[in-house]
Design a protein around this ligand. Structure first.
Ligand SMILES: [Zn+2]
Length: 450
């Protein structure tokens, strides 16, 4: 699974952040969670084909979360899409779409399958396919709002091809039967047991999308043991009153959900426009939960980078932040960056990768890895990043330390453990987790790993 934040703003877009939308890529299909204005454009820039959209999930009807729908549907129509599209959301979605299409005189040539959730629903399975399932749960917002959990079903265990060969298994149908747990008898009478050839089923990956909500138990249920939890963090805890007044979470709330749900990775997004530099939110989240990341627009987050890296290559990159700052002038947002002693590095390159500044065409990049190579290039510029600005931070420079010395996760974990008063054992998880893609210690040293 690859999760790509397309818009991490809340309510109003800013010069550097777009309205809410998150794309989930899985085995060639794309699932879109919310569709703020510009989502289709951001998909294009992220290197995600709109024609691959399988299903769109809308959380609720605050306009920033669905304002990109009609434009996207129009594009799909102009692209002559013919496969059906599923659209999931609170009751009213179908009426909204149909009214708009009629008003604009757009004749859609493909089938739209609406899956609407009644407004008093607490939890519902909205999609149940052969290899994945999607659950919706009501969150706690000013209006009816759904969070989603995308869960892959368990995958069959790996076949020991060498042993199968030795035993004389050659036919495809025999392999298939063995994979399905059936024992077979070969032509020469040899009995081959499935259990001898096929390993244990592997747990499927999972992703939770929780946005526009105060802390609530349903958020925890959605996020339970997920690989990736995308959780809103509109405010910092210093504005907790404002958060609850508007039905939103603080970064501290997001960390609480992540902790209770024991997710493997918390990614926070949906930042209020007042946070020109959302790093303060990240710091707050990390005080309560580790590992936590800021959602960076267009920057992919992988559950299995060894196989997924390079699949999505962004079509844009951003200008050097320093130049960008100079040209924009004024504003508090750049003070931190400019005032830092270091050159390139961590968050700065993420921001850049995140589509947050002026675009320019990608240079032809040797070796895949899209943003990754950008990050690397920029991090080569030397230390710096947020790290040097926040001298009092004990947990190092996040992406920065990873991309610079390759030892980020480890060292960060260690530092965090030292400084954490929460007593969480989450950092140990990194090294003890037996889950396949997290099991190797060295793997945490890679960038973009989740
Ligand atoms: Zn919102």
């Amino acid at each position: 699974m690859i999760v790509v934040p397309l818009g991490v703003a809340s309510a109003t877009p800013t010069a550097v952040r777009h309205l809410p939308a998150v794309a989930l890529w899985r085995e060639g299909s794309v699932f879109l969670f919310d569709c703020g204005e510009n989502a289709q454009m951001r998909m294009l820039q992220a290197g995600i084909k709109r024609s691959k959209i399988e299903c769109i999930f809308i959380s609720h009807f605050d306009v920033d979360h669905y304002s990109g729908l009609i434009g996207l549907l129009s594009t799909l129509q102009l692209q002559r899409r013919d496969k059906p599209l599923r659209m999931v959301g609170p009751k009213g979605l179908q009426e909204y779409i149909e009214w708009n299409l009629k008003f604009s005189d757009i004749e859609i040539g493909f089938e739209i399958i609406f899956i609407e959730v009644e407004h008093d629903t607490d939890a519902a399975v909205v999609i149940d396919e052969e290899d994945y399932i999607v659950e919706a749960r009501a969150l706690k917002h000013r209006r009816f709002c759904l969070g989603y959990r995308f869960q892959e079903k368990d995958k069959p265990g790996k076949v020991n091809a060498e042993l199968a060969n030795e035993l004389g298994v050659t036919k495809d149908e025999d392999f298939k039967a063995l994979k399905n747990g059936e024992d077979i008898t070969l032509d020469d009478g040899t009995e081959v047991k499935s259990v001898d050839i096929v390993g244990h089923p592997r747990p499927g990956d999972s992703f939770a999308y929780v946005t526009d909500t105060e802390y609530c138990p349903n958020a925890v249920k959605l996020a339970l043991n997920t690989n990736i939890l995308y959780h809103e963090a509109t405010f910092s805890d210093s504005l907790a009153d404002k958060a609850s007044e508007t039905g939103h979470s603080s970064a501290k709330d997001a960390a609480r959900v992540a902790t209770e749900a024991q997710t493997k990775l918390l990614v926070i997004g949906h930042f209020s426009a007042r946070y020109t530099n959302p790093h303060v939110l990240l710091k707050e989240a990390r005080d309560g939960f580790y590992p936590a990341w800021l959602a960076n627009e267009l920057r992919p987050i992988y559950t299995d980078p060894s196989h997924e890296r390079g699949i999505l290559t962004a079509k844009v990159e951003l200008r050097d932040l320093t130049k960008s700052n100079d040209s924009r002038g004024g504003g508090g947002r750049s003070g931190g960056h400019r005032g830092r002693s270091g050159g390139g590095g961590g968050y700065r390159s993420n921001d850049r990768g995140g589509g947050n500044r002026n675009f320019r065409p990608r240079r032809s990049s040797g070796g895949g890895g899209g943003y990754r190579s950008n990050d690397r290039r920029s991090s080569g510029g030397g230390g710096g990043g947020y790290r040097s600005r926040d001298n009092n931070r004990s947990d190092g420079g996040g992406y920065n330390s990873r991309s610079n010395d390759g030892g980020g996760y480890r060292s960060r974990n260690r530092n965090h453990r030292d400084s954490s008063s929460s007593g969480r054992s989450g950092d140990n998880k990194w090294n003890s987790d037996s889950n396949r893609s997290y099991s190797s210690r060295s793997s945490y040293d890679d960038q973009d790993r989740f």
